[in-house]
Design a protein around this ligand. Structure first.
Ligand SMILES: Nc1nc2c(c(=O)[nH]1)N[C@H]1C(S)=C(S)[C@@H](COP(=O)(O)OP(=O)(O)OC[C@H]3O[C@@H](n4cnc5c(=O)[nH]c(N)nc54)[C@H](O)[C@@H]3O)O[C@H]1N2
Ligand SMILES: Nc1nc2c(c(=O)[nH]1)N[C@H]1C(S)=C(S)[C@@H](COP(=O)(O)OP(=O)(O)OC[C@H]3O[C@@H](n4cnc5c(=O)[nH]c(N)nc54)[C@H](O)[C@@H]3O)O[C@H]1N2
Ligand code: SF4
Ligand SMILES: [Mo]
Length: 690
């Protein structure tokens, strides 16, 4: 028996990135080891990485294409060849394009997993549809696009250099590795003496290590940031030189934040005013300091303002684009995203995309699910009739599950590519079996703005007839769009990305990682890429773009007598969104949907730890099990998200509505800029299940 070791990078279990080594023999991957020679320094491996291997060999995995024979959701299928399945998809997408125009076909993606995301956008552009639907409304677009408008780039926390202070705001990188914000690098910084401030309604493991912990009420982050700005301005703790030379609208901001004194804001945000003051002083007096801002601040309709306020904070304290601050990471020499996805094929895309009709923020390049469903269900602003979905399970991951089901049922045609027959796949017309991490050559972290890409070479063959998504898309591209943009061998797509680096894929694998040049204070040469060339504390084009010129706070969800608690969530450290509940090693760690509540709150409602309880919002109710956690605010429920029960089988629909948090989230009043629903800070109540 031959035994070999392969160096690669973990992926698809969270945002990935840990350097690992696979021990492989003739029967497949035997073990996963941390790679001591990898880019993050200290070797590290978490429990999820073992799940990554178990999932490859899972008996219930999809291994051949299937075509629906019964009603949608009835779980009656017949086996099909790839040729037939792809032929049927091409025929239907073509039919819709001819009858309703290319824009009536949507291409949907969940969390980007690798190169497949960008190949999907390329396919959409070449097909002629401006409608790539993605979860960016709740994930990254708010931070990235707000960054572009405010300072001309997406400011990411720099964990590679020393920071005096890291302000961890609604982010939990030790469980999530958020887009390359590696938890291990953060832990290294803390070990080297960096002080930590944590803003989170739940006292996480990291919060316990913090100098200052601010248990904010969920959804009130913009307000808290405004109060910190108030302190920094009134106590003149800002970087005067940077402010006078490089910011636009400081006077206006200073006057504006006078209203948000810590004292007046404290009861609304649920944090003592002296704690707000101390956090502002600690952050502002540290040089350099980084704001590691997470997903939590993006998941409310008020996300534009929360992101704006935090960029103002970074800017006036002189922490933008300095080592150990919030930096613009430069890409390595790889294909430019716009070139790779063939963006020029639809020149008037910004006007054509469904969401343009709703006056969303300029430069938002993917359609928020709220507006996709409006186009499907109400044909506003025009009908969408068919969808191709890859790497996504929207019945669990999009807010307002009932509305998602309505949209899916109304589609003329739905194709899904996944590794498992998920609740969403159950409603498809055609389901394609995808190969996954370790089963094909892939590139990680391309296009994510963190300044590096990682090699993820094939370790084993996929089971049965599974194909990588990039191969599926290459073949669909050849059937539906001009063939000159596609290849006989889909792997040429990888070489196309790498071409400017002068490396082919194998040479890239030898290196493992490609990084962009490390360069700071780039604004000194050419200014900031904004209309004024400065950081726009006050947006100079606010009126023209229909945006608030200064960060404001809109109340989006307040406790009421009927719904006295605030509902929020976080990522489960052992799962990726709704994925992998069927993988036993992971299920052992996180066996059931647990909602974290303070024991005092639980007692008030007669709920013991471990008891099932109803969580109710104005939209409806779900059942999750109570888990006591004394570090959760007494007015908050931190629910589990993404839960269904694969063990119950597709015949019963895996009981996918029962514990599914997004069954009771609402999407009827999405935020104006990004079409974002309220996911953090929803008024709710709880009661025991009899
Ligand atoms: N209430 C609430 N809702 C949320 C969030 C929240 O915090 N709270 N978070 C939001 C965020 S940040 C995001 S990014 C979205 C995520 O939303 P989704 O991306 O829809 O999340 P997943 O449940 O991970 O769905 C991914 C699907 O891809 C499949 N899959 C895994 N590997 C592969 C592969 O290699 N190829 C293919 N074709 N399929 C594969 C999995 O089986 C799974 O069904 O959810 C958002 N929704
Ligand atoms: N294990 C695991 N890792 C993942 C994922 C996963 O599903 N599972 N998903 C991946 C994806 S797509 C993303 S976008 C990233 C997200 O990664 P993170 O940004 O780390 O996201 P979350 O875990 O959603 O939220 C972080 C913290 O916000 C807190 N929080 C909840 N509500 C609020 C609030 O209103 N305000 C504040 N300030 N804090 C709040 C939570 O308690 C949690 O500790 O993770 C990626 N990595
Ligand atoms: S932390 Fe994430 S990337 Fe690292 S080993 Fe665990 S699952 Fe993989
Ligand atoms: Mo995400």
């Amino acid at each position: 028996m031959t035994l070999r070791l392969l160096k690669t990078h973990c992926g698809r279990m969270d945002h990935g990135g840990c350097p690992i080594m696979l021990e492989i023999d003739d029967s497949g991957i035997r073990r996963v080891h941390p790679d001591p020679g990898g880019w993050t320094g200290k070797p590290y491996l978490c429990a999820k990485a073992f799940g990554a291997v178990e999932k490859l060999n899972h008996p219930a995995r999809l291994t051949y294409p299937i075509i629906r024979t019964g009603k949608r959701g009835e779980n009656r299928w017949r086996r099909a060849s790839w040729d037939e399945a792809l032929g049927l998809i091409a025929e239907n997408l073509d039919r819709v394009r001819e009858k309703h125009g290319a824009r009536a076909v949507a291409f949907c993606q969940g969390m980007p997993k690798g190169l497949e995301h960008f190949v999907l956008i390329r396919l959409a552009n070449l097909f002629g549809s401006p409608n790539v639907v993605a979860v960016q409304d709740v994930c990254h677009a708010p931070r990235e696009v707000t960054g572009l408008h405010t300072c001309g780039f997406y400011p990411v926390a720099d964990f590679r250099h020393h920071s005096e202070v890291i302000l961890l705001w609604g982010s939990n990188p030790v469980a999530t590795n958020e887009e390359g914000l590696m938890g291990t690098l953060l832990l290294d910084r803390l070990a080297a003496g960096t002080k930590l401030i944590v803003v989170d309604p739940m006292k996480t493991r990291l919060a316990k290590r913090a100098e200052l912990y601010l248990p904010v009420k969920p959804g009130r982050d913009a307000l808290l940031a405004l109060a910190m700005l108030n302190v920094i301005v009134s106590e003149r703790l800002y970087d005067e030189e940077f402010v006078s030379r490089w910011t636009h609208g400081f006077e206006e901001l200073a006057t504006h934040v006078e209203k948000f004194s810590p004292h007046s804001v404290a009861p609304l945000v649920g944090v003592d005013s002296d704690l707000i003051e101390n956090a502002a002083r600690l952050y502002a007096s540290a040089k350099p300091a980084a704001v590691a801002w997470g997903n939590a601040i993006e998941q409310t309709p008020n996300n534009f303002n929360a992101c704006r306020a935090l960029i103002c904070l970074m800017a006036i304290c002189g922490n933008l684009d300095v080592p150990g601050g919030n930096v613009e990471a430069l890409d390595p020499p790889v294909a430019r995203l716009g070139d790779f996805v063939k963006a020029k094929k639809i020149p008037d895309k910004p006007r054509q995309m469904v969401h343009a009709h709703f006056g969303t923020i300029p430069r938002l390049m993917t359609v928020p699910p709220a507006f996709f469903r409006k186009a499907v269900c109400e044909e506003i602003p025009y009908p969408i009739k068919a969808a191709y979905m890859q790497c996504t399970n929207p019945l669990l991951t999009w807010a307002d599950g009932p509305r998602t089901l309505e949209a899916i049922m109304k589609l003329d045609f739905l194709a899904v590519s996944d590794i498992y027959l998920t609740p969403t796949a159950l409603y498809a017309d055609v389901v394609l079996p995808a190969a996954t991490q370790f089963e094909f050559n892939d590139i990680g972290h391309y296009g994510l703005g963190h300044g590096f890409i990682l090699a993820r070479p094939r370790a084993v063959d996929p089971p049965g007839e599974c194909w990588p998504d990039i191969k599926i898309l290459n073949e669909l591209g050849r059937r539906l769009t001009p063939s000159e943009y596609w290849y006989d061998d889909h792997e040429a797509l990888l070489d196309e990305v790498l071409k400017p680096s002068g490396l082919d894929y194998n040479e890239f694998v030898q290196k493992g990682i490609l990084r962009g040049e490390e360069k700071f204070r780039k604004y000194l040469d050419k200014g900031f890429r904004t209309p004024t060339g400065k950081v726009e504390l006050l947006l100079s084009r606010a009126d023209e773009l229909g945006l608030p010129a200064l960060p404001v706070y809109d109340d989006v969800g307040t406790e009421t007598e009927a719904f006295p608690l605030l509902l929020t969530c976080r990522k489960d450290p052992f799962y990726l969104h709704s994925s992998y509940r069927w993988v036993e090693v992971l299920r052992k760690h996180s066996p059931e949907p647990f909602a974290f509540i303070n024991p005092e709150t639980a007692k008030k409602y007669g709920i013991s730890s471990g008891d099932p309880m109803y969580i109710e919002t104005a939209k409806g109710s779900v059942v999750q099990k109570a888990r006591y956690h004394s570090g959760v605010r007494e007015d908050v429920v931190v629910a589990a998200y993404g839960w269904w029960f694969p063990e119950d089988g597709p015949e019963k629909g895996y009981r996918w509505t029962e514990a599914n948090l997004n069954w009771i989230t609402d999407c009827s009043r999405p935020g104006k800029e990004f079409g974002t629903p309220l996911l953090r800070g929803i008024p709710c109540r709880i009661r025991p299940v009899d």
